[in-house]
Write a protein that binds this ligand. Structure first.
Ligand code: ZN
Length: 281
């Protein structure tokens, strides 16, 4: 679970994460919290911030393990807060217009999926012109809009529900999910590959039962708002609660979704660093 330095590495038998962003919703210096899981060259994006192509390009300047927007076809969506989901519209258009209509697969729990279209994407995406461009100039605006109507979620994305109390297949990962304590329906998960496991808390208030669920993972990505140093208190995890965990668990925890005021010098727990790659071992 050490950061991998530099650009060159062995891509065979790989299970690792690369960090797109580490910030909370109020960050001025980071990207929003998101990461890519690389399991032997197959990528699974965890949450989908806006501006994904730019973020990926910037990330690759620091460490390039082959992540490209074209290779992001599987997305785990933990909840619908904008910092975790606002990039779905962009990646769907990217696939549709730049990758020949390819549809990314979005994996989430049913409580999230039921609102994904009607409560999130529909207002901007329900209209799409697909006729010849020569006609656009001849159409009055009202008629043009009429012709654009009728597009559905399935025209952009495939969605696969993640079930509780079973092992779900996500790309080439085996994933178990658990509801967490947040403002809106949200889940944490364990993703297994090649005998190793990655755990992710997603956004949550500190929950000992979630820790119990994640404790057998080899690497645990946990959100943390540091509370006492954060001006933005909400349903998030207090750093001091994590500090009270057994040493064996603390060693495996890597913090994400932290405020701009957090820094490694003042933290006993490890802070994930944007663009860096971490092997899960
Ligand atoms: Zn959230």
């Amino acid at each position: 679970m050490t950061p991998v330095e530099g650009l060159a590495y062995d891509k065979a038998m790989t299970f690792q994460v690369q960090i797109l962003g580490v910030g909370d919703y109020f960050t001025e210096i980071h990207n929003y919290s998101s990461f890519v899981v690389n399991a032997d060259g197959r990528f699974t994006l965890v949450d989908c911030p806006d501006g994904l192509p730019r973020i990926i390009k910037e990330m690759n300047r620091v460490a390039d393990i082959g992540v490209r927007p074209e290779k992001i076809n599987h997305i785990i969506l933990t909840h619908l807060h904008g910092d975790h989901s606002n990039g779905l519209e962009g990646i769907a258009y990217y696939k549709k217009f730049l990758q020949g209509g390819k549809k990314p697969v979005v994996y989430s729990i049913r409580e999230v999926l039921k609102d994904l279209w009607s409560g999130k994407l529909k207002s901007a995406m329900k209209n799409l012109y697909s006729g010849p461009s020569e006609r656009i100039g001849t159409l009055p605006v009202r008629e043009l809009l009429k012709e654009c109507e009728g597009v559905k979620l399935e025209d952009y994305l495939s969605v696969i529900p993640l079930e509780f109390n079973k092992t779900n297949r996500v790309n080439n990962l085996e994933v178990e999910v658990r509801s967490v304590k947040h403002h809106v329906p949200t889940f944490g998960f364990k993703a297994k590959y090649g005998g190793k496991a990655l755990g992710y808390s997603s956004d949550t208030f500190f929950d000992p039962r979630l820790i119990d669920f994640l404790k057998d993972c080899d690497m645990i990505v946990h959100e943390c708002d540091f509370q006492k140093t954060s001006p933005h208190r909400g349903i998030h995890t207090d750093y001091h609660e994590l500090l009270r965990l057994p040493e064996s668990i603390k060693q495996k925890i890597f913090l994400i979704h932290y405020p701009d005021t957090a820094n490694q010098r003042d933290s006993e727990l490890k802070l994930l660093q944007q663009s860096q790659v971490y092997d899960i071992r």
